[in-house]
Each structure stands twice: as structure tokens, then as C-alpha cells.
Design a protein around this ligand. Structure first.
Ligand code: NAD
Length: 265
């Protein structure tokens, strides 16, 4: 059985790095891509054989073309694409609410998160049509399932990713391909994305408790827990799953897990 060929965006750190490490551990050839060239190089070097690092800015059509051309010329096919790169746009105190956000800041978030995912899905479909098989995994967010007044562009971009996932899944099925497309909506995953929100906190432990207060499992997820679900979606084990948008949120969408009322006896 040849190694699956996978490409991960935003693989220099956080969830993308964890995904690259997991897919590699599972036996894939992993193209680790990011804007952060030195960091993504270090990730690929630490993985060793079967890992390659390339500069890929997900907003740039030319970058997608160049990396995908090289990947297909080298490895002959693409089996797995993980559209993970994303930004919140948070840069406190820059406002991201619907009244004060600037058009430029709004568009910057949509360009990376939504346009980047569109370009990735398009590149993957064009590559996967060669074999008629493959798995695309988009990383959305719980913020795509609810309104987020302080991060309106981020929430809008992630909601659109969920629906684009369905369009891509249905399009691939219409072609008669076994190309699947699914999305994961994580809630709070402790990665460097959170650093600006913890920066300068007097009591990081107390702050962390406030972030997870409405998560039934009362903790952040580990990036490896997201990577485990990506690995399942990337594998044939999930062969009948397409167009799905999966919550990975410690139970948050299920409802509240407030302490039970004291019993009367
Ligand atoms: N961390 C969380 O709590 C959380 C929750 C829900 C969803 N997510 C989503 O998970 C994904 C990864 O988040 P993370 O927490 O690991 O973030 P992170 O900031 O730690 O890492 C993101 C990576 O994406 C890269 N990146 C940013 N813009 C890029 C671009 N234009 N082209 C290529 N690479 C680019 C960055 O350089 C970085 O390496 C994002 O899509 C994010 O929205 C994260």
C-alpha cells in the first residue's frame, strides 16, 4: 500500500503542526505549508523522511498552483488536503465588532479563512479528479455556528466554510468521485492563536477558567485531539462521511452542564 499524499496548510504551529505530525505518524507523505518559512521548515525537518516544507500563502492563487504542480510532479497524486490556515483578526484593541470593524480588517479575515479555503478546495478537486478519490478536511470553528459580536468577520468566515464544505462534497459526489469533503468545528484549542488574549493577563489560570466556563468538559482541547479527528476523516475508516460539519467542542453545542440541583431527599 503506497503512502497517502497529504498537504496541510498553516502547518508551522498549533493545530496544523499537530495535524502534520499525526498524518506523518500514520504513514503519509506530508507537505507542510505555511507563511512562516523558518517554522514550517523546522516542523518538516523534525519529521524527517516523507515530510516536505513549502511556502504557501493560502490567499495566493500562484502559491497554490506552484505547490500543487510540484506535489503532483513529485508524488503523482493528492489524497488528503487539510485547509487549516486561519486568522482571527484579533489584534487588540482593533475593533472587530459589526459596528466598528473596518472594511479592510473584515476583508483580511475573509481573504485568509474563506478565500484560502475556496482556493484549497479548488486545487484539491483539480488534483483529485486524476484518481477520483481523496479527502478534504476544512477547519471551521464553533464561531461559525453562533454569532460572535467581538469577532464578526471570523464568525462569518467560519460559517461560510461550513457551507462551502457541503457544496464541495455534493459537487464531488455529482461527478461520481469518491472525493469526500468534511469540516471540523473546534471550540477552544490551546494554541498560539490564543496568545494575544492571554498577553498581559494578571492571572492566566483564572482567565483560562473564564474561557472554558461554558464548555461542559471545562478545558481547552489539545491540538492532538483535533489531529485525531482529522486523521479519521482522512482515512478510509470514514469512507461514508461527506458533507459533514463535526463539532469538536467539549460538549458546548449539546447545551449547558451546570452543576445538578441538590436532590430533595
Ligand atoms: N485554537 C482554537 O481555539 C481554534 C478554535 C476553532 C478553530 N480554530 C481554527 O483552527 C485553525 C488553526 O488555528 P490555530 O489555533 O492552530 O492557529 P495558529 O495561529 O496557532 O496557527 C495558524 C497557522 O496558520 C498560518 N497562517 C496564517 N495565515 C496564513 C496564510 N495566509 N497562508 C498560510 N498560512 C497561514 C500561521 O502562520 C500559523 O502557522 C484556524 O483555521 C482556526 O481558525 C482554532
Amino acid at each position: 500500500m503506497p503512502s497517502p499524499i497529504a498537504l496541510v496548510t498553516g502547518a508551522a504551529r498549533g493545530i496544523g503542526e499537530a495535524v502534520a505530525r499525526r498524518l506523518h505518524a500514520d504513514g503519509a507523505v506530508v507537505w507542510c505549508t505555511d507563511l512562516r518559512d523558518a517554522e514550517v521548515d523546522a516542523v518538516a525537518r523534525s519529521l524527517g523522511a516523507r515530510a516536505r516544507a513549502r511556502h504557501l500563502d493560502v490567499r495566493e492563487e500562484g502559491d497554490w498552483q506552484a505547490v500543487m504542480d510540484e506535489l503532483l510532479a513529485t508524488d503523482g497524486r493528492l489524497d488528503v488536503l487539510v485547509n487549516n490556515a486561519g486568522i482571527t483578526g484579533f489584534d487588540p484593541p482593533v475593533p472587530h465588532d459589526p459596528e466598528h470593524a473596518s472594511l479592510a480588517d473584515w476583508q483580511a479575515v475573509l481573504r485568509t479563512n474563506l478565500d484560502g479555503t475556496f482556493l484549497g478546495c479548488r486545487a484539491a478537486l483539480r488534483a483529485m479528479r486524476r484518481t477520483g478519490t481523496g479527502s478534504i478536511v476544512n477547519i471551521g470553528s464553533r464561531s461559525g455556528a453562533v454569532g460572535v459580536p467581538g469577532a464578526a468577520a471570523y464568525a462569518a468566515s467560519k460559517a461560510a466554510i461550513a457551507n462551502h464544505t457541503r457544496s464541495v462534497a455534493l459537487y464531488a459526489a455529482q461527478q461520481g468521485w469518491s472525493v469526500r469533503c468534511n469540516a471540523i468545528q473546534p471550540a477552544a484549542v490551546r494554541t498560539p492563536m490564543w496568545d494575544p488574549m492571554f498577553a498581559g493577563a494578571d492571572d492566566p489560570v483564572a482567565l483560562e477558567a473564564t474561557f472554558v466556563a461554558d464548555i461542559p468538559l471545562r478545558r481547552f482541547a489539545d491540538p492532538a485531539e483535533v489531529a485525531a479527528l482529522v486523521a479519521f476523516l482522512a482515512s478510509a475508516e470514514s469512507g461514508y462521511l461527506t458533507g459533514a460539519v463535526l463539532d469538536l467542542d467539549g460538549g458546548q453545542r449539546a447545551g449547558l452542564a451546570t452543576p445538578p440541583a441538590p436532590s430533595s431527599d
